[in-house]
Write a protein that binds this ligand. Structure first.
Ligand code: ADP
Ligand code: 5GP
Length: 225
């Protein structure tokens, strides 16, 4: 029986880095390719990173019931099609969904046996620096993703397993032990929630964040990225 995994993380935490490593090491794990209305970034390949579609095409897919789940994330639509899951299941591979917390909640309603993993940054300052270091998004898009991460972290209670991506090799080892060996994350659910609370608290107390808020404000505006 194929297994279904959801791996979510605030943007910039490192989930793509970790998931790609897992999928390249284990050929029986496949990352589902979502549909999105986001514009391709440099390095994005249509059909590999995402299926890049127009809003009209995305809307048609929703209307015709082709989506298993979808959500508006950072002002763009993202969704998983039934067809994509079926494609992977037909190969008898396990499915890894890299989706946001709204998507995770939709999937859990339809498929409660799904194994859910939340990857967290060691601190919100590190999250900001990783978004900067990745260098794929303009400043306004980074800022929006950074502020919205707070809401995602606040919804962390939805997940079963928690991994802190402080060090890639260590975090990868944990991801592997959950997905491949079927173990529980090192952190208990309660510890995971405590880490989420600590990160939420940093949004109030971090001097870096105060500085950024003074510079850019908290109004997200109609930014699409
Ligand atoms: P996400 O998919 O969660 O948005 P990415 O996988 O694109 O995040 O990672 C964001 C950036 O952080 C990338 O530049 C990546 O190389 C870097 N990164 C990922 N994990 C770590 C880590 N443990 N330590 C330092 N940098 C990391
Ligand atoms: P990015 O634009 O950085 O590739 O992704 C932005 C966010 O969209 C990430 O949090 C990612 O998990 C989420 N996302 C990507 N694909 C899907 C999807 O199919 N469904 C949902 N609900 N979220 C998705």
């Amino acid at each position: 029986m194929n297994k279904l995994f959801v791996v979510s993380a605030p943007s910039g935490t490192g989930k793509t880095t970790l998931n790609n490593r897992l999928a390249s090491e284990f050929s029986n794990i496949e990352i589902s390719v979502s549909q999105t209305t986001r514009k391709p970034r440099e390095g994005d390949v249509n059909g590999v990173s995402y299926h890049f579609v127009t809003v009209d095409v995305f809307q048609c897919m929703i209307d015709s019931g082709e989506m298993l789940e979808w959500a508006d994330v950072f002002g763009n639509f993202y969704g998983t099609s039934h067809k994509e899951i079926q494609r992977i299941m037909d190969k008898k591979h396990d499915v890894l969904l890299e989706i946001d917390v709204q998507g995770c909640m939709s999937i859990l309603r339809r498929k409660p046996q799904t194994i859910t993993i939340f990857i967290l940054p060691p601190s919100i300052e590190t999250l900001w620096h990783r978004l900067e270091q990745r260098g794929t998004d303009p400043l306004n898009v980074r800022w929006r993703r950074f502020l919205e991460a707070k809401h995602e972290i606040d919804a962390g209670h939805v997940y079963e397993h928690f991994i802190v991506n402080d060090n890639v090799d260590r975090a990868y080892g944990e991801l592997k032990s959950i997905i491949i060996d079927g173990k529980h994350s090192t952190h208990s659910h309660q510890e995971g929630l405590d880490i989420c609370r600590k990160l939420m608290n940093e949004y109030q107390t971090s001097p870096l964040l105060q500085d950024l808020k003074n510079k850019f404000g908290e109004d997200l505006g109609p930014v699409h990225g």
